[in-house]
Write a protein that binds this ligand. Structure first.
Ligand code: ADP
Ligand code: MG
Length: 677
């Protein structure tokens, strides 16, 4: 059975794991026992005393020690929610907010959404009774818009502080002010064992409490040579562990949904090949857009004799703890945002992780027993190539949204905002420029009426502008549907590998002259006409889940539009819809080149039509794209054809007739690649 590459050196066998399965029948009793077994439990009294004695406290503890699930309950038990005051706990990831809220509701024996709830973008699972509220850090920022002093909260827990997500970094600055304005509020900064000193310093020397975790030794194994294909290498390593190593579940870190699904298929296929000889291998994925009911799978106890392998994005690095993991396989990469203010290009790139991340990942193997971590990179690379800590998100993303929100909160001097690590000045300036061009700020840099309206929508500034402007074009109903479709994570189309040709043909039925946005709209309309019917979706190779989510998002947007006085008007004229898109996305205009490729107008660079686009063969002279994604090239995704005259009309401050004429491709239409059609 030589399935093994033999690159990995495996030290001697591990001791048999003690069975951790419980005999208690009563679920609540079981839960009590589990709660008391968490590393944070013995520190409960000391912790609560420190919270009582200090307004701001930095809480540091090993991942899985119980910070996220227990802190809120301890505070509740100690009366911090009397008079209906709320406890907020922020999470950088939406899946973590949902999953942890569900767990806490279960531990407290209450219905999720009642006493314990969560709030993530486009999904509010709370009620007036909610006193423990988990939410994404982005939603917490929005709380400030409605309640600048957060007076309905008694405690604010900024959790996963070490992740240094953009919104968490902004929250630091805002809650620091709240603490001064409201001596009665408690502020808890909770973090894995990284950077604690830095948090304490930032919060004027706030005390640090350490929750020592249980941590067993983890053997670290490296590959001897760099892996050419980490996906294949990780699959092989899983099988290697499954067939040669003692009991214990496996956690594999990969970079994204597609990779994870591919690896899941590969594993299921290959294990099948071993037939009866193989022990059962339960393969479960976890990533941000995985449907909720499937997320629960990763927490299910592995039946005796079987082994579970969880394939995860770095969501499992610190935000979610899966019990029973003994083996970790780390591909060494993460998908990360990067933004170049000079080109205006935002992309999601597969990037090497930092040493701090690598250590966190390895640590996941040592929670229940001694473990092993297989790093699919060399020890030389670990020592010499990886950064010591990840770059905070605020230094590598577009800040348009955040700047608009801060302006709405009356924070005008952004250069002097109390950033823990300041963003590049160029990025701030690019954001201000864009907001000015969109009409959200005036000459003096102050928020306009338009800007205030834009900030009311949980959308990025360009999309907010498109939605608000669509009223003037008489097609706000249609554009609301479009916004909803563009906000559905992942693809709305279903493309099973074995039926790829059928799926592609079904998709072509939705193609509309003018481009991808009109195609998305056509999908939404037809699906709506068919009552979001499952069998219609199946026949059309459309994901019913995504469509229902689009409907929910749309309903929320409609409510917000009513609040903001944006009138609902319907008009199916594709030209009007495309003009409304132009009104928000005029920064994203590109013109056709002789080469058949495109060149962006603002901050010029060559870009390409994504092969999945309905406009792939149309060679429109001017287009607007929704986003640029970089894979092997800069691809435009979601493209519509426009008339250049619209640009001059809509954004005369950016586009002049002479420039447009110079750039407009003279080749008659329907030459070149179009002949292939
Ligand atoms: P920390 O925040 O310190 O990393 P957590 O409070 O997230 O720790 O985790 C404490 C324990 O709760 C872990 O053993 C974890 O497995 C368990 N847990 C968390 N969420 C769930 C869930 N949705 N289902 C089952 N167990 C969970
Ligand atoms: Mg946590």
């Amino acid at each position: 059975e030589d399935i093994l590459k033999g690159k990995m050196e495996l030290p001697e066998e591990l001791k048999k794991l003690e069975s951790t399965s419980s005999t208690a029948n009563n679920e609540q009793e079981d839960i009590e026992k589990t709660r008391k077994s968490l590393p944070i439990y013995p520190h409960r009294e000391r912790l609560m005393k420190m919270i009582a004695d200090n307004q701001v406290l930095v809480i540091v503890g090993e991942t899985g020690s119980g910070k996220t699930t227990q802190l809120t309950q301890y505070l509740y038990e100690d009366g911090y929610t009397k008079n209906n005051l709320k406890i907020a706990c922020t999470q950088p990831r939406r899946v973590a907010a949902m999953s942890v809220a569900a767990r806490v509701a279960q531990e407290m024996g209450v219905t999720l959404g009642d006493k314990v709830g969560y709030s993530i973008r486009f999904e509010d699972c709370t009620s007036p009774q909610t006193i423990i509220k988990y939410m994404t850090d982005g939603m917490m920022l929005r709380e400030f818009l409605g309640e600048p002093d957060l007076s309905s909260y008694s405690v604010i827990i900024v959790d996963e502080a070490h992740e240094r997500s953009l919104h968490t970094d902004i929250l630091f600055g805002l809650v620091k002010d709240i603490a001064i304005a409201r001596p009665d509020v408690k502020l808890l900064i909770s973090s894995a064992t990284i950077q604690a000193e830095k948090f304490s310093e930032y919060f004027d020397g706030a005390p640090i409490i350490n929750i020592p975790g249980r941590r067993y030794p983890v053997d670290i194994l490296y590959t001897k040579a760099p892996e050419a294909d980490y996906l294949e290498a990780s699959v092989i390593t899983v099988l290697q562990v499954h067939f040669t190593q003692p009991q214990g579940d496996i956690l594999v870190f990969l970079t994204g949904q597609e990779e994870i699904e591919t690896a899941c298929d590969m594993l299921r296929d290959r294990v099948k090949g071993f037939g009866q000889k193989a022990k059962e291998l339960i393969v479960t994925p976890i990533y941000a857009t995985l449907p909720t009911e499937m997320q629960a799978e990763i927490f299910k106890k592995t039946p005796p004799g079987a082994r579970k392998v969880v394939l995860a994005t770095n969501i499992a690095e610190t935000s979610l703890t899966i019990d029973g993991i003994v083996y970790v396989i780390d591909c060494g990469f993460v998908k990360q945002n990067s933004y170049n203010p000079r080109s205006g290009m935002e992309s999601l790139l597969v990037t090497p992780i930092s040493r701090a991340s690598a250590d966190q990942r390895a640590g996941r193997a040592g929670r229940v027993s001694p473990g092993k971590c297989f790093r699919l990179y060399t020890s030389w690379s670990y020592k010499n190539e990886l950064l010591s800590a990840p770059v905070p998100e605020i230094q590598r993303v577009n800040l348009g949204n955040v700047v608009l929100q801060l302006k709405t909160l009356g924070i005008n001097d952004l250069i002097h905002f109390d950033f823990m690590d300041p963003p590049p000045v160029e990025t701030l300036i690019a954001a201000l420029e864009q907001l000015y061009a969109l009409g959200a700020l005036n000459d003096g840099g102050d928020l306009t009426v338009m800007g205030r309206k834009m900030a009311a929508f949980p959308l990025d500034p360009q999309m907010s502008k498109m939605l608000i402007a669509s009223e003037g074009y008489g097609c706000s109903e249609e554009v609301a549907s479009l916004c909803a479709m563009l906000n559905v994570n992942g693809s709305v189309f279903h493309r099973p590998k074995e039926r790829a040709v059928h799926a592609d043909n079904a998709r072509k039925n939705f193609f509309r002259p003018g481009g991808d946005h009109l195609m998305l709209l056509a999908v939404y309309k037809e699906c709506e006409e068919n009552g979001f019917d499952k069998s219609w979706c199946m026949q059309s190779y459309v994901q019913v889940k995504s469509m229902k989510r689009a409907r929910d998002v749309r309903n929320q947007l409609i409510k917000l539009m009513e609040n903001e006085g944006v009138e609902l008007k319907t008009n199916n004229d594709p030209a009007l819809i495309r003009k409304a898109i132009t009104a928000g996305y005029f920064f994203h205009a590109a013109s056709l080149q002789k080469s058949g490729n495109y060149r962006t107008f603002h901050k010029p660079q060559t870009v390409y039509v994504h092969p999945s686009s309905s406009t792939y063969q149309t060679q429109a002279r001017w287009v607007i794209y929704h986003e640029l994604v970089f894979t092997n090239k800069e691809f435009m995704r979601q493209i519509i054809e426009i008339e250049p005259a619209w640009l001059i009309d809509i954004a005369p401050h950016l586009y002049r007739n002479t420039d447009i004429e110079k750039l407009t491709h003279k080749m008659p239409k329907n030459k070149g690649r179009a002949t292939m059609a």
